[in-house]
Design a protein around this ligand. Sequence first.
Ligand code: PEP
Ligand code: MN
Length: 275
Amino acid sequence: MTTTDHHDPHSGESRRGFDVAGRTVGDGGFTLIAGPCTVESREQTLAVADAVASDAEMLRGGAYKPRSSPYSFQGLGRDGLTILAEARERTGLPVVTELLDVRDIDDVAAVADVIQVGARNMQNYPLLTELGRTDRAVLLKRGLAATLDELLSAAEYILKEGNQRVILCERGIRSHETAYRFTLDLLAVPALRERTSLPVFVDPSHAPGRSDWVEPMSLAAAAAGADGIIVEVHDDPANALCDGPQALDAAAFPGYAERVRAVAEIAGRGAVVPV
Ligand code: PEP
Ligand code: MN
């Protein structure tokens, strides 16, 4: 196995987290990020935001979407960001949203508390470098075929520029298996936590590709020691414009959150406390 010369910003200190809009990420806490795959409309986004507001620490939702087909809905762009800003104002939840193109960085940073780098952009080095120069936390998703070493090296591009608030996120990798969308590599959680003190999250939505497998993978991720989960939730999954089959129904979210937190607690992740 090759090793990257990853420099851990917290090496020599006990594992600690960082603050995102008044909420601690890492440091023994557990962070639940929930929301739609895509910001489709004001009504949809506010409905989901309201539904998750009491049980999640942050709201997710994509305004710029990396779609496999160029003919699929690409997101609302700036209008989507405006909707996310309203949802943030209304619920108080910090917002996690994806930056796809470095040209949109100022617009996205104006709204996002955490900027997501999608799996397809994990090795977009100019994008990572620019994010290293912002004051926004970054959620870096593992590339579809990236090793953990490559993920840590990608994180290094951000850390090197001075931005120390990076969250690593396992979201499933390509394997020979075709029975589901991706193979969720939960061993990445303890393996990454051994190598770095950066918080390690899991996205349990994109690998299963169907909603009934999302909760078992979430419980497993919490049991594996994840510092948080980012999960897709929709108020009307059957009519979602993107990733509907894997979306948890908003009405079921409070029960889901309670069960996941119970397992996270068993794994030693308590309530989120201010830094
Ligand atoms: C998403 O979060 O909706 C998404 C597209 O994620 P990924 O980059 O992991 O596919
Ligand atoms: Mn999605």
